[in-house]
Design a protein around this ligand. Structure first.
Ligand code: GDP
Ligand code: ZN
Length: 305
């Protein structure tokens, strides 16, 4: 439930325990800076009424990670076992940034976390325009929730999707994540993220990460660093699969493998399967992923591990 400076709060069916990790687990995975994050399932030996030792970490379904600050080869796990990622984007203030939104959605696809798009501050714009702008995401199969914490529009829908799930909200600073959550449940605030973002000291803040319980059931992750996640270890050869609207066409390209960038007879491009702005994000991410893979020395591995 909570991770702070080597102490972990674990919720068992019986109690809430403040725990440490047994020594052999402290080093964690080879390529990770933290052995354990919020959201993980663990096995605990209870030592006192309210304390324990974590002796085992259960296999995770998924994890949201970012490159460790200043150590790009290592990852820092932000939260494990997410049921839902809400990618938040404002109608205005800040202006919509489709490239950024697409990056978050690619991360969700890559890490196998179900995602949906939350459009915030619809009171600041023309609803028809917002609908038009986010149509490509509906076409790709994503649920798009139009919301306004100011008018209350869509707040019930957000409350409904959060219910009984472990979720995280991502999106740039100022899009209204904390305000929206506060509308969903008065008093609920994203403290950790807010602090690190406002002071601009995100990378130096000792990270306290927490799952906040929702009254209706479920949890929302409150962890610094969510704003700065970037695709990690993205395999260029798999990127097309992370754009759901491209998937039905992937077998139809003349060349295999097809990058869908320059090859003739590309089914994705001939079919007009993907909106221009989404395709733009694809090509940029493709170039970036290829460059990173080249640097890592694993170009075209064809498999994301
Ligand atoms: P966060 O950084 O994503 O958590 O964003 P905040 O929740 O701190 O909101 C940033 C700013 O946007 C604040 O000044 C909010 O008052 C404002 N804001 C948030 N939601 C809405 C909304 O639905 N409508 C309007 N007009 N402003 C909003
Ligand atoms: Zn193609």
């Amino acid at each position: 439930m909570r991770s702070a400076g080597g102490f972990y709060t674990v919720q068992t069916p019986q109690a809430r325990l403040l725990c440490t990790l047994v020594k052999r687990l402290r080093r964690g995975e080879r390529r990770s800076t933290n052995p354990l994050s919020i959201g993980h399932g663990v096995m605990v030996r209870r030592t006192t009424d309210d304390q324990g030792t974590i002796e085992k970490i259960a296999p995770r379904r998924n994890e949201l990670a970012r490159a460790a600050p200043g150590r790009a080869a290592l990852k820092h796990v932000l939260v494990a076992n997410l049921d839902l990622l809400l990618v938040v984007s404002a109608v205005r203030d800040p202006a919509p940034n489709p490239a950024r939104l697409d990056r978050f959605l690619v991360i969700a696809e890559q890490t196998e976390i179900p995602a949906l798009v939350v459009v915030s501050k619809i009171d600041l714009g023309d609803p028809a325009q917002a609908e038009h702008l986010y149509q490509p995401y509906r076409a790709a199969g994503y649920t798009v929730l139009l919301t306004s914490a100011a008018t209350g529009a869509g707040v019930d829908a957000v409350r409904a999707v959060l219910r009984d799930k472990v979720s995280a909200l991502v999106g740039p600073s100022g899009v209204g994540k904390s305000t929206l959550l506060n509308a969903v449940q008065p008093g609920l605030r994203l403290r950790a993220a807010a602090v690190s973002e406002r002071t601009g000291r995100g990378r130096h803040t000792t990270s306290v990460a927490e799952l906040i319980a929702l009254d209706a059931g479920g949890y929302v992750a409150d962890t610094p660093g969510l704003r700065g996640i970037e695709p990690y270890d993205l395999d260029p050869a798999m990127l097309d699969q992370f754009f759901p609207e491209m998937c039905p066409y992937l077998g139809g390209c003349r060349f295999a493998p097809c990058t869908h960038v320059h090859e003739p007879g590309c089914a994705v491009r001939t079919a007009g399967a993907i909106a221009a702005s989404r395709y733009d994000s694809y090509t940029k991410l493709y170039e970036e992923a290829r460059e990173n893979a080249r640097r890592r020395g694993t170009p075209g591995r064809g498999r994301y591990v």
